[in-house]
Design a protein around this ligand. Structure first.
Ligand SMILES: Cc1ncc(COP(=O)(O)O)c(C=O)c1O
Length: 376
């Protein structure tokens, strides 16, 4: 019996065709496909008043976004401790420090009441990360940030294609980042996007992503380069490559099917697990989200046995995540009460969720989960 992985990218003929075309084109760096990818993203997000800048990874998008917020040595950025390591690393890459905040038990996203307590004179920004298939209270987050004059980094690595109060994620935040890494809802193999409000921030990002070279994007988007240029700012090799953008464009065309099938699988999982008291499922009807991951919470003392049994039945599971405040590197970082995080991290288990997952694969996952709790 085949093993069922937690993640499985949906790579069909279109992606292979797009890759071949991009390779045959011969301009491998940042070029026309990247320009097309940014325009397609802008249209998809419905973000007419925003600017989309394609980058090499989600981590790069976070790093550059935090630099735009002005974060530097001595500054602080508030983030849920229950977050991806990329966020913490991007913060310390600016030489600011993460301040670890707790999460709300219902949404598993940042607890804004606790975040408020952590805002201080050194706070430059606050991270609102949408978790798996749940969305953060963005209205509350934006209001809190406005009241305190700090920037918001919306980490939407998990919520690409989702809608918040009728608005596409990516169209309403101060700074919003996406990741298109190998396992994300859509993949560019590796890729990221930062969505910003102002033309000036877009210009700065264009320089920073290309090691500070002031290359006019209009030239690069024609698969050409300028041989003379100015250098005004710090820079990194953070641009997206043509091949990656071509794959992303092919993936984007499938978004309707990707969203629908992921949503249907999550609804089926929630229904199948509803009768089991020991399984806590995501508290959502999935109506507005394109789920990236599906999690369950199980009693902490049963998690290892649960994962082992699923593994014996050929079903992989994941743990998203270990909390930031537990890592050696961040021991001297400020933190608030993290009691919800400390509880959740011992209970959380990610189950397989793929785009266009077959009925049989879904059934195998359901039977294994139900089987474990039924046998008890
Ligand atoms: C919530 C979150 N933010 C940021 C990232 C980083 O994105 P990337 O892997 O593209 O650097 C990830 C990656 O898994 C993530 O899950």
């Amino acid at each position: 019996m085949d093993n069922i992985p937690v993640f499985k990218p949906l790579l069909l003929e279109d992606e292979f065709k797009a890759s071949n075309e991009a390779l045959e084109n011969g301009w491998l760096g940042m070029g026309s496909y990247v320009g097309d990818f940014e325009s397609a993203m802008q249209e998809f997000l419905g973000a007419e008043d925003r600017h989309c800048v394609a980058l090499s990874t989600g981590h790069a998008a976070l790093h550059l976004g935090f630099l735009l917020s002005g974060a530097g040595p001595g500054d602080e950025i508030i983030t849920p401790s229950f977050n991806n390591i990329a966020d913490f690393q991007a913060i310390i890459a600016t030489r600011a420090k993460p301040v670890f905040c707790d999460i709300d038990e219902k949404t598993l996203c940042i607890d804004l009441n606790k975040a408020k307590e952590l805002i201080g004179p050194k706070t430059k920004a606050i991270v609102g990360m949408d978790y798996d298939c749940l969305l953060c209270d963005h209205d509350g987050l934006n209001t809190l940030a406005e009241e305190h004059g700090i920037r918001v980094m919306h980490d939407a690595a998990h919520s690409f294609g989702s809608t918040y109060q009728g608005k596409k994620v990516g169209s309403f935040s101060d700074l919003c980042m996406f990741s298109f890494d190998p396992v994300k809802t859509i993949t560019c193999i590796d890729g990221g996007l930062l969505v910003v409000r102002s033309e000036e921030e877009r210009r700065r990002l264009h320089e920073m992503r290309l090691i500070g070279m002031g290359q006019p994007p209009e030239v690069m988007y024609q698969n050409k380069r300028a041989w003379t240029y100015g250098v005004r700012s710090i820079g990194f090799r953070y641009h997206m490559a043509n091949l990656h953008a071509a794959i992303g464009l092919a993936q984007l065309k499938k978004m309707d099917d990707i969203s629908r099938t992921r949503r249907e699988t999550c609804i089926r999982y929630n229904k199948a697990f509803a009768e089991f008291e020991e399984i806590i499922t995501p508290q959502t009807d999935f109506a507005d989200v394109t789920p990236f991951l599906y999690y369950v919470r199980v009693p902490a003392d049963k998690r290892d046995d649960f994962r082992a049994e699923l593994s014996d039945r050929g079903i992989d599971t994941g743990i998203h995540w270990q909390p930031g405040h537990s890592f050696e590197l961040f021991q001297d970082c400020r933190r608030g009460d993290l009691s919800v995080t400390d509880k959740i991290v011992d209970e959380i288990v990610s189950l397989p969720l793929h785009s266009m997952m077959t009925d049989e694969t879904q059934q195998r996952v359901i039977e294994a989960v139900v089987g474990f709790f039924k046998c008890e």
